[in-house]
Design a protein around this ligand. Structure first.
Ligand code: ZN
Length: 231
């Protein structure tokens, strides 16, 4: 399963603002944390976050390749009218799919899980927003999540205190909706085996799978030879 995350706004467009937050920053934060949360369950990529993909594709005629992806999730925060004073209630979470989308199990799961944390459930809606419509027309299921209202005091208070649970809720909506199973990461397991035998000291460094320095690689080969010899 290959998933594309798209952080809304950016590249000079900060999106909606409220309660000291800028939407473009929050969408990037959610995309980054969500990718980490889905690690092992799916191959997740975040579309280049230096870009404003809606502007680039829908206004400037640029293109976004979604070849090989099974699902694309565009992340936004909602806004309607700045709240002056807390009314003690959240405005809530909602998610959009295009009118061409058949099932909405995943999207139902996402908003249900987020609303279980205290956000009003504004449910799954249908609207052909530019970028998700562009993606759906290319044959990839897509959705646009409005996590909560950036201009609502209660929404953002809850976002701040429950950020990690919200990320887990979105991830679980995807994991359960697509019935994804966690794959054991072979490289991580191999590194743990070598660390347990004292052949490597920094399993995290080796488990990254790239960026090894020549001197560290040479050291690894020597230590492994030493282990094989039984020194
Ligand atoms: Zn937005």
């Amino acid at each position: 399963m290959k998933i594309l995350l798209i952080a809304g706004h950016g590249d000079g467009d900060c999106g909606a603002t409220g309660n000291g937050y800028k939407e473009a920053d929050l969408t990037r934060e959610v995309a980054t944390l969500l990718k980490a949360q889905l690690n092992g369950y799916a191959d997740v990529e975040i579309a280049d976050m230096t870009k404003n993909w809606y502007q680039y594709v829908c206004k400037k005629g640029g293109s976004l390749s979604v070849k090989g992806y099974d699902y694309a999730l565009e992340i936004h925060f909602n806004a309607i009218k700045p709240e002056e004073k807390s009314d003690g209630a959240t405005k809530g979470t909602e998610i959009y799919v295009t009118t061409a989308e058949k099932g909405t199990t995943v999207e139902q799961g996402i908003v249900n899980a987020i609303s279980a944390l205290g956000f009003k459930n504004r449910s799954v809606k249908r609207y052909n927003w530019g970028l998700i419509n562009y993606i759906k027309k290319k044959g990839v299921s897509s959705a646009l999540l409005e996590v909560c209202f950036i201009d609502d005091i209660d929404d953002m208070k809850l976002y701040k205190t429950k950020k990690s649970e919200i990320i887990k809720a979105i991830a679980n909506g995807i994991i359960n909706g697509f019935a994804l199973e966690k794959k054991a990461n072979e490289l991580t397991e191999a590194c743990n085996v070598l660390a347990a035998k004292g052949i490597i000291n920094s399993p995290d460094y080796w488990a990254k799978g790239e960026g090894y320095s020549d001197s560290n690689t040479v050291l690894l080969v020597k230590k492994f030879a030493s282990y094989v010899r039984g020194d």
